[in-house]
Design a protein around this ligand. Sequence first.
Ligand SMILES: [Cu+2]
Length: 301
Amino acid sequence: MRKLSMLKGLATGTLAAALAAVQAAPALAQDSLELVGHPKAGGTGFQPASTELARDLQWLDGMLLVIITAICILVIALLAFAVLRFNSKSNPNPKSFTHNSPLEIAWTLGPIVILVVIGAFSLPVLFKQQEIPEGDVVIKVTGYQWYWGYEYVGTDLGYEGYMIGAPATGGDNRMNPEVSAQLQEAGYSDSEFLLATDSAVVVPVGKTVVMQVTGADVIHSWTIPAFGVKQDAVPGRIAELWFKPEREGVFFGQCSELCGISHAYMPITVKVVSQEVYDAWLAASQDEGGYVDVRQFLAAS
Ligand SMILES: [Cu+2]
């Protein structure tokens, strides 16, 4: 009997899911934005670099990996050589000298040269991140326990971005059929649970975006890995980061500074759209006095 009701439950669950999918189909169809910056099952690499900054960082990472690998191989080879050549059997009468000036100079200069080379490549990348250009779009982002607030500087548009399934959106940070339906309605699937937010940051492609990052209560951190940016949101201070997205799409990040019990439930969604879609969306959102779903403008464009 119990089994039967369970089966019934499953069947109706599937039916509900199917119905939800059918209802969500037009929403999905109008959302022509590709999910770009999101984790993939079994993935081990970086998210696709979608700004010059991210490309630079990933290139630097690759270069460092080569240097680290070479050093590891050298050290392991030296260790193996020492173990085999100088063990008590093969070398019963060890030499008893304690200093070797040329060798000491070599192993001091070697690491210095390696560090200078690494620094010469990494500092320009760091400076590029830290020198904030003039922004075509400037957005102030404020971290709250536990969501993000966005204000488009120079306009009166401001709104908040909550994780779909967070208490503010009627959830309890857990997946359930209602949350699944909410995700579908917003154009996402269940795999974007814990990443998708109810209102996204919308920015135009190919334009310089400056984010002014601050915190309202405790320290949070705003990041989009595919853009190569991450900035602590410190209460009482404003820090800036910038990026220039090179492709349209949906990108995800998560708060990256432990900020309390729901730290894991304040993700970040950025939608990069064409300038026309952005302009239409910005105008409509200002008219509405809050976030308007950008997908309707994608469908129109
Ligand atoms: Cu946090």
